[in-house]
Design a protein around this ligand. Structure first.
Ligand code: URA
Length: 233
């Protein structure tokens, strides 16, 4: 592999937040000792191409229990992308993100806040996806290796859409996009960055469904207000 190509690979993986590259387990012939690297993102990427590349994915253990891969939904030209953690049971059954109870709340939050702020906006006009595309068993938090493997597809989705802003829903999405390790309570309502794109962190809708977290709802609405004004004003 020539030095320029290797540099481009390393920059690409650095952008993805990948800090370690592994050699093949079996000793390779002397002429082929380069790290095993998945391909670079194609320059003419599209959501369709990413979906094709995901294929019938078996890259991590999450494929074992999934019914459907939950890729993402909404407009490829959306100026804002909402990123959740990973599919739950309803999403796994339907193959569409945020269609269960948390999804209904997310829809209300987006459409309700927009309406109150005089911004005509329907859920179909934004793009919604998750850090991992397969349901973690029992809705557990995705493991770091699962996030790293699936993260390459999230990053390609974001690079393709090139939104004006991203909304990280909950701590997992916030960590995956910003690399910051603070709790979501400290990060919410503040702007971070994914590459050059501003990222607003807010609570995950599932967290807001818990009866003892009702005061957080007002904060989440404030965060969305900030986000939507930034994107649509
Ligand atoms: N929670 C998520 O993080 N994503 C979904 O798609 C549904 C629930």
């Amino acid at each position: 592999m020539d030095a320029d190509l290797l540099r481009r690979y390393l920059e690409f993986y650095q952008d993805l937040g990948i800090t370690h590259l592994y050699r093949k387990a079996a000793p390779a012939p002397v002429a082929d000792r380069s790290p095993t690297l998945p391909p670079l993102a194609p320059s003419n990427d599209s959501l369709l191409k990413i979906l094709e590349d995901i294929g019938d994915c078996r890259r991590c253990r999450l494929h074992e229990g999934r019914a459907k891969i939950v890729f993402g939904v909404g407009s490829e030209r959306s100026p804002v992308v909402f990123v959740g953690e990973g599919p739950g049971a309803d999403e796994d059954a339907q193959g569409i993100p945020f269609v269960g109870r948390a999804g209904q709340l997310l829809t209300q939050m987006i459409e309700g806040t927009a309406k109150k702020e005089g911004i005509p906006l329907q859920r179909e006009e934004v793009y919604i996806c998750n850090v991992v595309k397969c349901r973690p068993p029992g809705n557990r938090t995705p493991e770091p290796d699962e996030m790293e493997i699936c993260g390459q597809f999230l990053y390609r989705q974001l690079s393709t859409i090139r939104p004006k802003a991203i909304c990280a829903l909950g701590g997992t999405a916030a960590r995956a996009l910003t690399g910051h390790k603070e709790g979501v309570t400290k990060m919410r309502g503040r702007w971070f960055q994914w590459r050059e794109v501003p990222v607003m962190v807010t609570y995950h809708p599932s967290y807001l469904l818990r009866p003892y977290n009702q005061s957080a709802k007002r904060e989440a609405w404030d965060d969305l207000k900030k986000l939507l004004h930034f994107v649509y004003d």
